[in-house]
Design a protein around this ligand. Structure first.
Ligand code: DAH
Length: 341
């Protein structure tokens, strides 16, 4: 029996010393010291020993149990230390590596231009208002005196949400005139920049989504002279002092009279060049005196109040200001392009 205990001692201590895994170590404990383990199996044979031998073997067996337990405990500590060491190595950070560069964005060039225009109007006492891009046809068309047969109402031109053509993506910022007149106290001086949508194919000058800035003044005694003076001032602030303007008669259903404002080409001085497409003039915006029917539809007495309004495209302004020749560059969000501004 002594021989068996010695063999068990050699085998178990060797296995424990070689063990590198906590779970495996636990299975070794069961293998050697468990109820059905190897030591118990040896002790079962004690009955066959003589009376003198039994206590001696018992002592040897107890000593072996204690030694195996100690060995397992020591090994356990080493295994946890090894595990921690491996983790520290695998999770260590090389502080000598160069850091990752954080790339900071900046304002989009078109919004630089928009901010510049907002500043000009805020300086003249206008407020900036915001409104829905999903709009009622009533506000986008009807209340703006645009009749049922007007081509801009066609399904080929406008994005509708409903079969009955009552809800749409606004095609212009002009419905903001109606919202302002219906909700604001008079007098009103406001601009309303925002996105508008039309069913246009994408090319160098078209996009199904683009931006407009609407502007409107309603007060007593407002005339076309106010419209011209204010817009001339705005144009000079945007394009520089002395910029020559031209107010050309036009038609919009919601203004009467209506006009378009052109500036003399700042590149060629009006002679004609690629920038103005040989025209000598560049169209900047549409404007006019708010139609009495539109005023009355919003509950404003056209015999007491009058006003003027304008609408202009923001992209075209930004393209001109930054000498960009393709509208797509404005929306593609290619950082290599945007970083230049
Ligand atoms: N909404 C017009 C358009 O999209 C532009 C416009 C013209 C706006 C005359 C106005 C205006 O406020 O008075 O073509």
């Amino acid at each position: 029996m002594k021989q068996m205990l010695q063999e068990l001692r050699d085998a178990s201590l060797k296995a424990i010393l070689e063990c590198e895994d906590a779970e495996l170590l636990e299975s070794l404990r069961v293998k050697y010291l468990g109820k059905k383990g190897e030591l118990t199996a040896i002790l079962r044979q004690m009955g066959g020993l003589s009376a003198e031998e039994r206590p001696r073997m018992g002592q040897l067996a107890n000593k072996l149990r204690a030694d195996i337990e100690d060995a397992i405990e020591d090994r356990n500590k080493i295994i946890s230390a090894l595990k921690m060491e491996r983790r520290l190595i695998s999770e260590s950070v090389d502080v000598t590596l160069p850091g990752k560069k954080q790339s900071l964005g900046h304002k989009h060039p078109m919004y630089n231009v928009l901010d510049q225009i907002k500043d000009i109007f805020i300086g003249m006492g206008f407020e900036i208002v915001d409104g829905p891009e999903v709009e009622l046809a009533d506000y986008n068309f009807t209340k703006l005196n645009i009749d049922e047969a007007h081509p801009s109402r066609e399904w080929t031109d406008t994005f509708y949400f409903t079969e009955d053509s009552s809800i749409l993506l606004r095609t212009q910022t002009s419905p903001m005139q109606i919202h302002a007149m219906e909700t604001k106290e008079l007098p009103i001086r406001m601009i309303a920049p925002g996105r508008v949508y039309r069913k246009d194919e994408v090319d160098a000058t078209h996009s199904p989504m683009f931006h407009q800035i609407e502007g409107m003044v309603i007060d007593k005694g407002i005339t076309m002279a106010d419209l011209k003076a204010t817009l001339n001032l705005v144009v000079e602030k945007i394009y520089g002092e002395g910029t020559v303007t031209r107010f050309r008669p036009h038609h919009f259903p919601f203004t009467e009279p209506s006009c378009e404002l052109d500036i003399q080409c700042h590149k060629c001085g009006g002679v004609g060049c690629p920038t103005c497409k040989g025209e000598g003039w560049i169209e900047v915006l549409g404007a006019g005196m708010v139609h009495p029917k539109v005023l009355a539809g919003c509950g404003i007495d056209p015999d007491v109040y009058s006003g003027w309004a304008f609408g202009m495209g923001l992209e075209r302004l930004a393209l001109g200001e930054y000498k960009i020749n393709d509208l797509r560059l404005i929306f593609e969000n290619d950082k290599r392009f945007l970083e230049q501004f």
